[in-house]
Design a protein around this ligand. Structure first.
Ligand SMILES: N[C@@H](CCC(=O)N[C@@H](CS)C(=O)NCC(=O)O)C(=O)O
Length: 216
């Protein structure tokens, strides 16, 4: 029996962060697909879980619902301490949070589906304009992260930490929107190292999609 249930969309980068963290912590979980393309995140059933109408939502065994991927990672780290995602030293923790928030607070929210949909409905943005918008904000954030990225290992040092859990999904999104990643070689190298780790590989949207595919 699983400890928790993750309500998630396979391509959601916020959900992807949580999948990586659950895998790193070896927490068994059930996963329920909430199709963002079909608007399932705004249906009453999901709004009862998360009034924001967003994924992910993590439902604990006693029915408690956690939302906001960074808060979920924090809860996971407190509940399942090994391996650590957040540094315990206050200064190192603040620095890791600042790096994670470049993605979580500054890149991701303005590239979210509902923002892109609003650009179209309010300003008539077409697919090209929306992709340009998306790439613009990712590039600004990646510039900042590259400047503070390690040349070896991970943001979390020799093992991945909270920043790496956020970086890998963001680079997945960047590639989907055909952003040339060559200006950020340290970030690309971290992503490549993470791809070799089972916890990251199993969380990849393609792997999740494979598991969702109906049996032939
Ligand atoms: N800050 C939230 C963001 C959650 C979020 O925006 N999720 C996206 C998918 S990555 C979503 O549900 N989008 C639905 C929509 O825009 O309608 C978190 O980190 O969990």
């Amino acid at each position: 029996m699983s400890d928790v249930t993750l309500y998630d969309y396979f391509r959601s980068s916020a959900g992807y962060r949580v999948r990586i963290a659950l895998n790193l912590k070896r927490v068994a979980y059930d996963r329920v697909e909430i199709s963002l393309l079909q608007g399932e995140q705004r249906r009453a059933e999901h709004l009862a879980r998360n009034r924001q109408g967003l994924v992910p939502a993590l439902v604990l065994s006693d029915g408690t619902v956690l939302t906001q991927s960074l808060a979920i990672l924090d809860w996971l780290d407190g509940t399942y301490p090994e391996p650590h995602l957040f540094p315990s030293d206050p200064l190192a923790r603040a620095q890791a949070m600042a790096q994670a928030l470049v993605i979580v607070a500054d890149i991701h929210p303005i590239d979210n589906l509902r923002v892109l949909q609003r650009l179209e409905s309010q300003f008539g943005a077409d697919a090209g304009a929306k992709a340009d918008w998306y790439r613009h904000w990712i590039a600004l954030g990646l510039d900042a992260l590259e400047a503070s990225a390690p040349t070896d290992g991970f943001f979390g040092d020799t093992a991945p930490g909270v920043v790496d859990c956020c970086l890998v999904p963001q680079l997945y999104n960047a590639r989907r929107f055909e952003l040339d990643l060559s200006p950020w070689p340290k970030l690309v190298a971290i992503d490549a190292r993470a791809a070799h780790l089972p916890a990251f590989a199993a969380a990849h949207p393609d792997r999740v999609a494979d598991r969702m595919a109906p049996a032939a």
